[in-house]
Design a protein around this ligand. Structure first.
Ligand SMILES: O=C(O)c1ccccc1NCC(=O)[C@H](O)[C@H](O)COP(=O)(O)O
Length: 213
């Protein structure tokens, strides 16, 4: 199963995520986030991940071409994650401009939130289902909030599940629905923006246990 650890910010935690089994590492380019990394630091972390053959995902929110140009040039991501309100035409524009795989985040609270996914599924390389941000939240992702995973129980294909996943609930999530990948961030932190190596290891241990069951 693919696992993306999102919002990494240090060499040590990049290495721990990869040694624990991450297939993807995510770097957040959103100045309001405690996980925001500037392109040049992200470039160094990305090189470290790529040297270990792990996919680098650049997480952006309604970014314009100028910002995406800088990220693509400096970081050289393997994938762009679009975590804002990008419409389908914009997803297509970004795919065409950079020639990179794109993962579109879909904010979910109720089953109605899946009604518009077909137009994205036709264009994006992957869909990532994340919990809708709580009212008043500053961030569209990384809020540590879960949603009712049974909404996705019949969804086939290779999609990512995220939103409040943790070492304590990931096994239950995998009993309820069948994602091809998992994405996690805030539950693996000791403080906002600071990943905790022990929590990262515990997350992978819980996944391995679920896979062995
Ligand atoms: O994590 C952030 O700070 C963030 C900020 C702005 C847009 C997206 C962001 N995170 C995207 C992710 O892929 C997170 O891993 C995902 O939302 C799940 O986060 P969490 O609920 O904390 O596990």
């Amino acid at each position: 199963m693919d696992v993306k650890i999102c919002g990494l910010g240090s060499e040590q935690t990049v290495d721990v995520a990869i040694a624990s089994g991450a297939s993807h590492v995510g770097f957040v380019f959103y100045p309001l986030s405690p996980r925001h990394v500037g392109p040049s630091h992200a470039g160094e972390l990305a090189k470290r991940a790529k040297d270990q053959r792990v996919s680098v995902v650049a997480v952006t929110v309604d970014a314009g071409d100028g910002m995406l140009d800088a990220i693509v040039e400096t970081v050289g991501p393997d994938m762009l994650q679009l975590h804002g309100k990008e419409e389908a035409y914009r997803v297509e524009e970004i795919k065409d401009r950079y020639g990179l795989p794109v993962m579109k985040a879909i904010a979910v609270e109720t089953a109605d939130d899946l009604s518009g996914i077909d137009e994205y599924a036709d264009i994006a390389d992957k869909l990532l289902f994340d919990a809708k941000a709580p009212k008043g939240a500053v961030l569209p992702g990384g809020n540590g909030v879960s949603f009712d995973w049974s909404i996705l129980k019949d969804l086939k294909g290779d999609w990512f599940l995220s939103g409040g996943l943790s070492p304590d609930n990931v096994q239950e999530a995998l009993r309820v629905c069948s994602p091809g990948g998992l994405d996690v961030s805030s539950s693996l932190e000791s403080a906002p923006g600071t990943k905790d190596p022990e929590r990262i290891r515990a997350f992978f241990a819980a996944i391995r246990e679920a896979e062995a069951a």
